[in-house]
Design a protein around this ligand. Structure first.
Ligand SMILES: [Zn+2]
Length: 383
């Protein structure tokens, strides 16, 4: 279901087609963000977290935008052709920017990479000269002047760069109240970073967050202390940032069990979250906003069962930021630092996400689109 300005349109996909397209777009994402030997195609400076020039040819940015836009355009074409009743709304979405688009899922596991839909028409290219790629911003940092019918590819053609995409879930969605305790209880840890890996990028992220505001405490518990560290509503942090490795154990019967690892051992599994809800119930307000910066943390499919992200929403998180596919810590740390900075400056989570993706794309990396936010786009940190 797509909702815009109180207009609601039910969107139709078959389960098989949804699975196929989701998988295809995730493979394109991973192809764009990794090199042939499975290293990150985008490099970041350890201290400043700024994007470094690519090791390979300078065209890798253009190529990754072209690949992603082609995949995103296929998603759009399917959506357009299958949903005649949504065409007026899709036209409005195409011609505008800065809107909030709300998707309501019937099933918590029906995650879909809406931010990757590319709805600008792609002109026909001649064989010997590939279409030009625009990074979406002018020199001054304002939006580029391509318009909705660009001469080549423009990153503003992605819904996640041009609009705020909100993904809610019918099953259970906690939309009450703002996350956390930042202003009300300055002596408690208000931002909680839980590093499952220690590497220079994670250290850089922690020092960036510490530098945002001296008054806001940052707490660094051991991974095995979650969810205990968030149980007490008097000290539940506004923002929980996980950085680490997620792995899916696939059983002989093809069942997938997502879990977060620390030093090779599982420290957060679906069973841990079920046990927490059974023993202590779901979180009441104030809820935490969770950045789950781990590989494939939001990569559930219609056939994979509940993801960790969906389970944490059931526990009571106001929203979860996760990754659609395997990501590298440099990029995950940069995205987490930028989203946190915008949140501290008062942005809503939806807008923080859109600005993070758009600025990273303008700087030379379109792969902020590998991160998906599930939950209320209006979530803000309390002042
Ligand atoms: Zn442009």
């Amino acid at each position: 279901m797509l909702v815009k300005d109180r207009k609601r349109v039910a969107l139709q996909w078959t389960e098989a087609s949804m699975k196929m397209h989701t998988e295809s777009v995730r493979q394109t994402l991973f192809g764009a963000l990794s090199t042939a030997d499975k290293k990150s195609a985008f490099r970041f400076d350890l201290t400043t977290q700024k994007l470094l020039p690519p090791l390979l040819a300078a065209t890798s940015y253009d190529n990754s935008v072209r690949d992603l836009a082609n995949a995103g355009s296929e998603l759009f074409n399917q959506l357009f052709l299958r949903n005649g009743s949504a065409r007026d709304l899709l036209k409005e979405v195409w011609e505008t920017a800065g809107q909030t688009m709300q998707f309501v899922r019937n099933d918590p596991d029906y995650a879909f990479p809406w931010t990757l839909i590319y709805d600008y028409p792609i002109p026909k290219a001649s064989d010997d000269s590939p279409l030009l790629v625009c990074n979406g911003q002018s020199q001054s940092g304002a939006a580029c002047s391509c318009g909705d019918n660009p001469p080549g590819y423009c990153v503003r053609g992605f819904w996640g760069v041009r609009h705020i995409v909100e993904q809610l879930c019918k099953a259970r969605q906690h939309l009450d109240g703002k996350p956390g305790k930042i202003a009300t209880a300055p002596t408690v840890p208000t931002v909680c970073v839980i590093p499952f890996v220690t590497d220079p990028f994670v250290d850089g992220l922690i020092s960036k967050i510490r530098g945002l505001n001296q008054d806001h405490q940052i707490h660094n518990p051991l991974p095995k202390m979650f969810p205990d560290s968030t149980r007490d509503i008097g000290s539940r942090p506004a923002l929980v940032v996980f950085v680490g490795h997620m792995e899916e154990e696939v059983t002989n019967y093809g069942l997938r069990r997502p879990r977060l690892l620390h030093a090779g051992k599982p420290v957060l599994t679906l069973a841990d979250i079920v046990s927490e809800i059974r023993k202590y119930g779901e979180w009441d307000t104030p809820r935490s906003l969770i950045l789950l910066m781990a590989c494939g943390s939001a990569a559930s499919r219609v056939d994979t069962g509940t993801s960790l992200a969906a389970a944490l929403l059931q526990l009571g998180a106001v929203g979860i930021l996760g990754a659609e596919c395997t990501v590298f810590t440099g990029m995950a740390s940069r995205v987490a630092a930028d989203v946190t900075r915008w949140l501290f400056q008062g942005s809503t989570m939806g807008d923080a996400m859109r600005k993070t993706v758009a600025n990273l794309a303008a700087e030379g990396c379109p792969l902020g689109l590998a991160f998906t936010y599930l939950g209320s786009a209006d979530a803000v940190l309390p002042k």
